[in-house]
Ligand binder design. Structure first.
Ligand code: GDP
Ligand code: GDP
Length: 437
């Protein structure tokens, strides 16, 4: 197992990056659907090719200034630039019809400073003489790979070349994976300290996985007879290698970790308070329906006043998720860290809970009796029965008539009833309504 590699498409505007992006992601739904506020000028997609898969980022075009040169300085300031840093490799697209331009040379210079693998693609080779591609050799990325994206030509060869060294996507194995736990949070909140603390506990046995690659951030371990896989977005394993610079934080890897986990531990730095980026990450975990535990870290050297302020902020910011357990911890000194495990289990068990259709239906009927749904057009909305539609997150599907007219407040009422009855601490609960004919 490993997180999917990330590939960035780079190049001037109009060279065919979006066309390539669409060819790569053909008919596949984007995995990373909504990255509120982060994706304004980039697009993420999932690519599946043979038994490999990766994530592609279309970074948008590198702006061209009036002088016709690539405006690298402006570019550095954009989010696309951040995207390049999140990428494991770069596909540099040039326009074979237009020939080599000063902008291409500027971009090439920049890419050479990154030290990442770069695949040079000469696009729009349809109807172009082969000799005209030769000039692109000079960019220093080896032999250009010719494509005609809009005609779908050369795309398969390009994918073969890009994925050659990528690991094969392995099937999940719940037996050995156990409970998958992702530790997420902004840079410097204490994720690696917490990971080390969780793994360093006396009762924990960490396994070295055979075939563990450099990029593997999946750490299998056992504690009191239970199997876990820790998904380490902080890069603990990769640190400390000589001369290796570890990219400490990546939104795309964090999102992948969330998607792949059963339970997410969101780490927040008490010294910094609760900031927007913390809430964004909480939002991703909630959207993904993951079980969640919050750890407010660095609770050690705070004054009483500071503690009071953080507590007020917690009440204000987290009032909409009263079912999430919040721990005050010090990863550095270990205080409160052991208490995370019971909450993690509780959240996991809640996210996987099982219940019969008859019990869910009985609870529905009791709830309706206690508090009737409103009338719509002179007819009362009827809710007939309920069944469990999924796990992690649990999905309760309620069947009835005119359910699309059910007010949000009534939907929330039912959600809360189920939450109370089943003591669903730590997991989002999705209640869906199906309209019967
Ligand atoms: P981007 O700005 O780099 O994302 O470029 P687009 O993908 O939007 O493509 C710009 C234009 O080039 C569009 O009109 C495409 O249809 C066209 N285009 C893309 N690939 C090819 C190709 O292989 N051959 C030809 N002739 N046109 C192409
Ligand atoms: P990461 O970037 O989220 O992995 O954060 P690190 O684990 O690297 O921690 C960032 C800094 O915060 C380091 O200097 C840690 O020693 C410090 N730190 C981590 N946990 C605690 C804590 O509980 N209390 C205090 N006072 N410092 C901490």
């Amino acid at each position: 197992m490993s997180l999917k590699p990330v590939v960035a498409l780079i190049g001037r505007p109009n060279v065919g990056k979006s066309t390539l992006f669409n060819q790569f992601t053909k008919s596949r739904q984007a995995l990373v659907a909504d990255l509120a506020g982060l994706t304004r000028d980039r697009q993420y997609g999932d690519v599946f090719f043979e038994n490999k898969s990766f994530i592609v980022i279309d970074t948008g075009g590198i702006g061209e200034a009036d002088d016709g040169k690539g405006n690298i300085d402006d570019y550095m300031a954009t989010q696309s630039y951040t995207a390049i840093h999140e990428a494991d490799m770069v596909v540099f697209v040039v326009d074979a019809r237009a020939g080599l331009t000063p902008s291409d040379e500027e971009i090439a210079k920049f890419l050479h400073t990154l030290g990442k693998p770069v695949f040079l693609v000469t696009n729009k080779t349809d109807g172009v003489h082969e000799a005209s591609i030769a000039e692109f050799f000079g960019l220093g990325f080896g032999e250009p790979i010719p494509t005609s994206a809009s005609h779908g030509k050369g795309v398969t060869s390009l994918l073969e070349i890009i994925t050659a060294d990528m690991p094969e996507t392995l099937a999940e194995n719940p037996e050995t994976d156990g409970l998958k736990l992702a530790i997420i949070g902004r840079p410097n909140v204490g994720k690696s300290t917490l990971v080390n603390r969780l793994l360093g506990e006396e009762r924990v046995v960490v396994f070295d996985m055979p075939g563990t690659t450099r990029d593997s951030i999946y750490i299998p371990f056992e504690r009191e007879g239970r199997q876990y896989t820790l998904i380490d977005t902080a890069g603990v394993r990769r640190r400390g290698r000589i001369g290796e610079k570890v990219e400490k934080f990546s939104v795309i890897k964090t999102l992948q970790a969330i998607k792949d986990a059963n339970v997410v531990v969101l780490v927040i730095d008490a010294h910094e308070g609760i900031v927007d980026q913390d809430l964004h990450m909480l939002g991703y975990a909630l959207d993904a329906g993951r079980a969640i535990v919050i750890a407010i870290n660095k609770w050690d050297n705070l004054s009483q006043d500071q503690k009071d302020i953080v507590k007020i902020e917690m009440d204000r910011r987290f009032h909409f998720i009263p079912w999430v357990k919040i721990h005050l911890i010090s990863a550095l000194y270990g205080n409160g860290v052991g208490n995370l495990y019971p909450s993690i289990h509780k959240a996991y068990d809640a996210s996987m809970f099982k219940v019969s259709t008859s019990r869910l239906t009985q609870i529905l009927q009791d709830a309706v009796e206690a508090h009737q749904p409103p009338m719509v057009g002179g007819r009362r909305i009827k809710l007939r029965y309920a069944h469990l539609g999924g796990h992690n997150p649990p999905v309760i599907v309620i069947h009835g008539n005119q359910t699309s007219s059910l007010p949000k407040s009534y939907q929330r009422y039912l959600e809360n009833v189920y939450r109370d009855v089943f003591k669903l601490e730590g997991t989002p609960l999705h209640v869906e309504f199906k309209q019967n004919a």
